[in-house]
Design a protein around this ligand. Structure first.
Ligand code: COA
Length: 125
């Protein structure tokens, strides 16, 4: 999903239903004051979840919303992985991920982030 569509999903909920039908994974929303302020898109592959997208409304950044979304997912699966660019590398590190270079796309360096399972049984459903 392109970033502008993530914005649409967050700020124009009436159009989110169409996006949800086409989304190649599952979406979780973080809510504050009765409206969505963060979105997490992910795909589950057995005990591993791959983060496809994560975005927090600018006014709500650096207030723990992104970490809560990642923690929510980590509690439900085992390992969480993500591919990201340099802008979010430190966010992933602060959320307990190890980060390795993963080549580049379109001249932009990419990074593979990985947060191992905690060892607790993963919840199902
Ligand atoms: C990346 C993003 C999701 C982080 O969400 P957030 O709600 O601001 O993150 P949190 O407040 O939960 O931050 C968790 C930790 O990461 C740190 N952090 C967050 N964004 C950071 C950044 N850009 N650079 C460095 N550290 C960052 C926070 O300071 C916090 O650290 P702490 O351990 O000291 O508390 C948000 O900045 C965003 O939507 N960015 C635009 C979209 C994007 O880049 N998505 C990722 C690639 S798909």
């Amino acid at each position: 999903m392109p970033p502008e569509l993530l914005g649409l999903a967050m700020f124009r909920p009436q159009q989110a239903a169409e996006l949800l039908r086409e989304y190649p994974g599952e979406l979780a929303l973080a809510w504050a004051g009765g409206r969505p302020v963060g979105v997490l898109g992910y795909r589950r592959d057995g005990p591993t979840a791959t983060i496809l997208h994560i975005a927090v409304e600018p006014a709500w950044r650096r207030r723990g919303v992104g970490r809560q979304l990642v923690s929510w997912l980590a509690k439900r699966v085992g390992t969480v992985v993500a591919e990201t660019d340099s802008s979010a590398v430190d966010f992933y590190r602060r959320c307990g991920f190890s980060v390795e270079p993963a080549g580049e796309r379109g001249g932009t360096p990419r990074y593979a982030a990985r947060r191992p399972a905690t060892g607790r049984p993963a919840a199902r459903g």
